[in-house]
Ligand binder design. Structure first.
Ligand code: NAD
Length: 255
């Protein structure tokens, strides 16, 4: 039986991924702040280390899949906690579980990015360079100094995409595939909180995908399941937008 770790398994996209993987016959080790096999706070280095250790113990050091869904939106209490969970809560899990994945059967990793990552200028943010350099102290300090939670969110998701592309080069020879699914607006508690926010709510309500609706969590999980399966055996190092056309609408003259 394939064994897959899913972060953020208690809610939204992660819960849908967990349910679909279980229906497909996987044993899932869920990691979340609550209601999970491994309860851990991925916003802190200590919480991430404990999560990795518990996941390795739960899978006996052999893992076939990893899906990183845990994340916070711009309404989180601080920009640094957004960067801590969205970027380091992903990167430290991929790095910490790489050895177990290398011992697995046709191992695959899927990270949840966001269409927000295509916002112009993300590659110029010092916060993003610090994330990609693995300097969590600097990245968290720069995130809070910007005082722009939306930029912290978009920057963290841009860094997730670049992390995956860099890792693809290193993990390919080890037989581990890695890809990103970048959703648009998905009906989850995270989107509810953003829509209700006095600062961002109106803009979020007005930004409607060309298909005229938001997605259900299962429509994102469908693509994650494909990427985690042998059907996707040659898909590696790519970002798949699952956004009802939001990326195309945002930059229709660029590829
Ligand atoms: P959600 O709030 O339903 O689920 C997020 C999960 O992450 C929750 O179970 C939460 O407890 C967990 N989490 C948050 N902080 C954590 C921490 N410190 N430690 C451990 N777990 C933590 O939200 P969702 O919409 O399902 O979000 C899943 C992913 O999808 C996130 O990475 C989010 O950025 C991304 N995303 C969501 C949307 C959307 O519109 N909902 C759009 C694009 C990308």
């Amino acid at each position: 039986m394939a064994v897959t770790v899913v972060t953020g398994s208690a809610s939204g996209i992660g819960a849908a991924v967990r349910a679909q993987l279980e229906r497909a016959g996987h044993r899932v080790i869920g990691i979340d702040r609550q209601n999970a096999d491994v309860v851990a706070d991925l916003s802190t280095a200590g919480g991430r280390k404990a999560a990795v250790e518990a996941a390795i113990a739960a899978c006996g050091g052999v893992l076939d899949g990893l899906v990183c869904c845990a994340g916070l939106g711009p309404t989180a209490p601080s920009s640094s906690v957004i960067v801590g969970v969205n970027y380091f809560g992903m990167a430290d899990l991929v790095d910490g579980l790489e050895g177990a994945l290398a011992r697995g059967q046709k191992p695959a990793v899927t990270l949840i990015g966001s269409v927000a990552s295509v916002h112009p200028g993300m590659d110029k943010l010092p916060m993003v360079s610090a994330m990609l350099a693995g300097d969590d102290q600097a990245a968290l300090a720069q995130a809070d100094a910007m005082a722009m939670p939306q930029a912290a969110y978009a920057g963290s998701k841009y860094a997730v995409a670049v992390f995956a592309r860099r890792k693809a080069v290193a993990l390919g020879p080890k037989g581990i595939r890695i890809n990103v699914v970048a959703p648009g607006a998905v009906e989850t508690p995270l989107l509810d909180a953003s829509r209700a926010d006095a600062r961002y709510g109106e803009a979020i309500r007005k930004f409607v995908a060309p298909v005229g609706r938001n997605s259900a969590p299962d429509e994102i999980a469908n693509v994650v399941l494909f990427l985690q399966s042998e059907q996707a055996s040659f898909v590696h190092g790519t970002v798949i937008f699952v956004d009802g056309g939001m990326d195309a609408m945002s930059r229709s003259d660029r590829f």
